[in-house]
Design a protein around this ligand. Structure first.
Ligand code: PLP
Length: 416
């Protein structure tokens, strides 16, 4: 079981039901002859079933076969890095209907490079100036208090200072001669100011707006919705719903800003982006992932995830008192998630203990981190008594492995 699961979870995409019934496809053996070591096995690193979602700590997503193949092919030839970056930018801008685009080392580095671009452009600075020379220059970024988040460190490392506001009048009054940017966290759950107002007022003051929409694909159309809406810069994580390489991301937006961001990026030695390199393989993989995604249909993907959730729920239906429902968070991770509850007087195991049993079992399964937590994450409103199964990163057949393991653990805990 362990062995066939391991192979399948890496290459995946066969259509069998249970891992133990699936033999690896022939093309897979060609891609990696059995004589070559599997480094996860060699290093003793556990391969997992991802019933959580696109979480960074769980390596987010698995690239579809066409993307894996593109990465593989790109690895075979040296090219000129600047030429590749430039060609990719033009290609992505066309495909994603925006003025300009670049591939960054994840959405986090897009936040840094985009902010650096705004600082450079407004202060008319050379790309080497960020962060050391800006403390007495224009360096303020306006943000709603409820939009402060861990990732804003990606802006702060440029040396900016946040100006926090809550109401629309406060926003109007926050613009000073030191403002360089207005930042918006697309999936923020609080905040009084709409995207449209955010853009309108910033533009009235001649200040660019950045929207962090890192985890907000699907829907696919979000890849152009926010640039069309008027955001000057928008970022998406490459390794989440787009299913590109985990260390890649997209920075989309205004031509002059992307050009300035490019100047602060590698391969130049002296910009803030020198340490944020995306290798040729992953740059190409990012493009292939965009191409892959643009061929998918939101409806079909959602229906597929819904079927997985229903299949798992169906397998658990005779656990006493168990109830389930399917929930789709509104903005980030906008896909069906399965929520499961039961009476813990009858089924005597807490959701966090179920999660731990799945984690330490074989195969090792990770449930969504909102499981058993009072505060859900990413728009999932959970509680201590709820199990959350993220189905969208499961590979074919894994939904039934998760269902069987859940059934085993829950039915063993039934009182009497
Ligand atoms: C995941 C995430 C990021 C970081 O994305 P990476 O591609 O991992 O750098 C930034 N902002 C938000 C809102 C995210 O969800």
């Amino acid at each position: 079981m362990k062995k066939s699961h391991s192979r399948r979870s890496f290459f995946g995409w066969t259509t069998g039901l249970l891992a133990s019934q699936v033999s690896p496809a022939r093309t897979i053996d060609k891609a990696q002859p059995p004589s070559e070591p599997d480094y996860y096995d060699k290093l003793g690193v556990t391969k997992i079933i991802n019933a959580a979602g696109t979480y960074t700590v769980l390596t987010a997503s698995i690239m579809p076969p066409s993307v894996q193949a593109a990465v593989d092919r790109a690895a075979k030839y040296p090219v000129r890095l600047l030429e590749l970056q430039c060609a990719v930018g033009e290609y992505l801008a066309k495909r994603l209907n925006c003025e300009a685009a670049m591939v960054t080392a994840g959405a986090s580095s897009a936040l840094t490079l985009g902010t650096a671009a705004c600082i450079d452009l407004i202060n008319k600075l050379p790309p080497q100036a960020v962060p050391m020379q800006i403390s007495n220059l224009k360096n303020e970024v306006i943000i709603q208090k409820t939009h402060r988040y861990g990732y804003d460190h990606g802006l702060e490392i440029c040396g900016v200072r946040f100006v926090e506001i809550e109401t629309l009048p406060e926003y109007e009054n926050a613009f000073t001669s030191h403002t360089v940017m207005a930042h918006f966290f697309n999936a923020a759950e609080g905040g009084q100011i709409s995207r449209e107002d955010w853009i309108r007022i910033a533009h009235k003051h001649g200040v660019p707006c950045f929207n962090d929409a890192a985890a907000d694909v699907p829907p696919i159309s979000n890849l152009w919705n926010y640039t069309k809406m008027g955001f000057d810069l928008v970022t998406f994580s490459g390794g989440k719903g787009i299913r590109g390489p985990q260390n890649a991301g997209l920075l989309l937006g205004r031509k002059d800003l992307i050009a300035a961001a490019t100047q602060t990026n590698n391969p130049f030695d002296d910009g803030i982006g020198r340490g944020m390199k995306v290798a040729k393989e992953q740059i190409v993989g990012m493009v292939a992932a965009v191409d892959w995604l643009l061929e998918q249909s939101d409806d079909e993907m959602q229906a597929d995830f819904q079927r997985r959730a229903v299949r798992i729920a169906g397998h658990l239906k005779d656990i006493p008192t168990l109830e389930s429902k399917v929930v789709v968070p509104e903005v980030a991770n906008h896909v069906p998630h399965l929520l499961i509850r039961y009476d813990q007087q009858r089924v005597r195991i807490a959701p966090l203990d179920v999660a731990e049993k799945l984690r330490t079992g074989n195969p090792s399964i990770e449930l969504n981190p909102s499981t058993g937590k009072r505060e859900g994450s990413s728009g999932l409103h959970s509680d201590e008594n709820t199990i959350v199964v993220g189905v969208w990163m499961l590979q074919p057949g894994e939904d039934m492995i998760v269902a069987s393991r859940l059934r085993e653990i829950l039915s063993r805990s039934v009182e009497g």
